[in-house]
Design a binder for this molecule. Structure first.
Ligand code: KIV
Length: 272
């Protein structure tokens, strides 16, 4: 008799919804490549976001706007090849869904077919609603993203906290409801007041994941390069650094240089 091997339980939109109902917080981080995604997936993290922040931390662009659909497909496919348990959500890059809903669904289908991702994330509210509905009607799960939406940085002109004023806060709440009614399975709220984020998380039945949105939401997301301390140039108030990988890497590379220069590496056991 053959015994079926049980793999880890895959995180789905249904699992995330159950976690919200049970009050169990959702942990989400970004990853952009096979090796990091493989490590992160083994930790029990719930959601891996292949964020378009790859434009910043992987490619060194100032904003997220330059990254292309082909480049996001490359990152997402690399991550998906490594992951067994976590849900993999991929950012649709700037310019691939804002133009018209027909183009949006074509880009979304390409992303899903060529990467094997579980879901896509789109930034914006009312202005992208038609694209959201059309992509959802193709059977593709969508996560929304409101508040500070970095693809609109040239409109905002600043990365400061969003929705501090009553009119913008009211609009954000309305758009969160619109996205939920359209059928998105969750929403990222970036850099908004904690009180507002908590209100949205209480009013909506879908999970609300915060970044710089306080602790009253259903889960948290951070960029992995920031929380591991690889990136030392970015220190917003909301960021908690869990490691100083910058110091670890410079220390290790420094030791290697010293060993090579001093003829210590390689030694007899490290050669053929
Ligand atoms: O691209 C990204 O990493 C993101 C997170 C900051 C939420 O969208």
């Amino acid at each position: 008799m053959s015994v079926a091997k049980e793999g880890p339980k895959k995180i789905t939109t249904h699992v995330l919804s159950e976690m919200k109902m049970k009050g169990e917080k959702i942990a989400m981080l970004t990853a952009y490549d096979y090796s990091i995604a493989k490590i992160v997936d083994k930790t029990g993290l719930d959601v891996i976001l292949v964020g378009d922040s790859a434009a910043n931390v992987m490619a060194g662009w100032e904003t997220t706007l330059p990254i292309t659909l082909d480049q996001m497909i490359y990152h997402a496919a690399s991550v998906v090849r490594a992951v067994k348990r976590a849900m993999v959500v991929v950012d649709m890059p700037f310019g691939t869904y804002q133009g018209n809903s027909k183009e949006a669904v074509a880009s979304a289908i390409r992303m899903m077919k060529e990467t094997g991702a579980d879901a896509l994330k789109l930034e914006g509210g009312q202005e992208i609603l038609e694209s959201v509905k059309r992509i959802l009607s193709a059977g593709i799960p969508i996560m929304g993203h409101l508040g500070l939406t970095p693809q609109s940085i040239h409109k905002f002109g600043t990365y400061a906290v969003r929705a501090k004023q009553e009119d913008e806060a009211k609009k954000l709440v309305e758009e969160a409801h619109l996205l939920q009614e359209a059928g998105v399975f969750g929403i990222v709220l970036e850099k908004v007041p904690a009180v507002l984020a908590e209100k949205v998380a209480k009013e909506l039945t879908i999970p609300i994941i915060g970044i710089g949105a306080g602790g009253g939401v259903d889960g948290q997301v951070l960029v992995i390069h920031d929380m591991l301390g690889i990136n030392q140039d970015f220190s917003p108030r909301f960021l908690r650094r869990y490691h100083n990988l910058y110091a670890e890497i410079t220390g290790a590379v420094g030791n290697y240089i010293e060993d090579v220069k001093s003829h210590d590496f390689p030694n007899e056991r490290e050669q053929y």
